[in-house]
Design a protein around this ligand. Structure first.
Ligand code: F6P
Length: 254
């Protein structure tokens, strides 16, 4: 608390919460893009927020990404009645950063259970429907995901995420043309908060989030400022855990 006052971040937390229409913003001093110790702190802060909201027998949905991997690593408490599920499947990340992996690691650290979504990447909505129709287990996991009490997810830059996922150049160009700057849950968002491209997948979408008890977004680094603004602008977010670099860059944009 002392160090945060020292960095004068408490006022900025309140300002961003108000302007971004969030219940709470937590700002970690420093720049997680440049400093791995700050990345670790970001993960630790998000794990702390999760522990505050986690009651018995809750379902927690998680996204993938390197930031979420840090959140999973930082969990040092156990709530064995928790069920962890991936928020959305098949978004084309490397194994370490897949939501399934993060869910399994988190469940291991919490002493809880996990359910995974085994669906292929990059298939059409029709194919997904057909897979779902033929797989009762997958349907059951999809139902559990929709009932999540808490969602913890990352936010990324739109074009960077499209490239990281190996999307075809024509799709990347279309995403860019539509003004997308941010991405979360496979959905690409333009400012001030419009969903302009959706990756077909199973699980939560940004427009489902009003029905989820607590939604916690974790993202840092000044490069993600617009991405955070665009995703927050779609609504449904409750808590943002970010760093000083991103927070100050956001402040310049609002
Ligand atoms: O792919 C999962 C995901 O959570 C995306 O929705 C998000 O844009 C990205 O990871 C963030 O990744 P990172 O934390 O590595 O920047």
């Amino acid at each position: 608390e002392y160090i945060r006052l020292l960095h004068n971040l408490v006022g900025l937390e309140a300002e961003l919460a108000e302007r971004l229409n969030l219940k709470k913003v937590i700002i970690i001093p420093g720049d997680s893009e440049a400093d791995s110790a700050v990345r670790r702190e970001l993960g630790r802060a998000a794990a702390g927020v999760l522990s505050q909201h986690l009651g018995d027998n809750m379902v927690v949905a998680v996204s993938g990404g390197s930031t979420m991997a840090k959140v999973a690593e930082a969990i040092n408490f156990s709530v064995p009645s928790t069920a962890i599920v991936p928020a959305r499947g098949g978004l084309g990340e490397v194994v370490e950063y897949q939501a399934n992996t993060i869910a399994a690691v988190m469940a291991g650290r919490l002493g809880g259970r996990y359910r995974l979504l085994h669906i292929p990447d990059g298939v059409s909505e029709e194919t997904l429907e057909a897979i779902l129709a033929g797989d009762a287990n997958l349907r059951a996991v999809a139902d559990v995901i929709k009932q999540a009490n808490i969602l913890v997810h990352g936010i990324g830059e739109a074009v960077e995420m499209a490239q990281r996922r190996g999307m075809p150049p024509a799709t990347i160009a279309a995403i860019e043309r539509r003004g997308a700057v941010g991405e979360a849950l496979g959905q690409y968002c333009a400012l001030p908060g419009e969903i302009v491209y959706v990756t077909s997948s199973i699980g939560l979408r940004l427009d489902d989030l009003a029905g989820i008890g607590t939604v916690i977004a974790v993202a840092g680094g000044s490069a993600k400022a617009k991405a955070i603004l665009a995703v927050a602008g779609t609504g449904g977010q409750d808590v943002l855990v970010t760093d000083e670099a991103a927070a100050k860059a956001i402040q310049l944009l609002i």
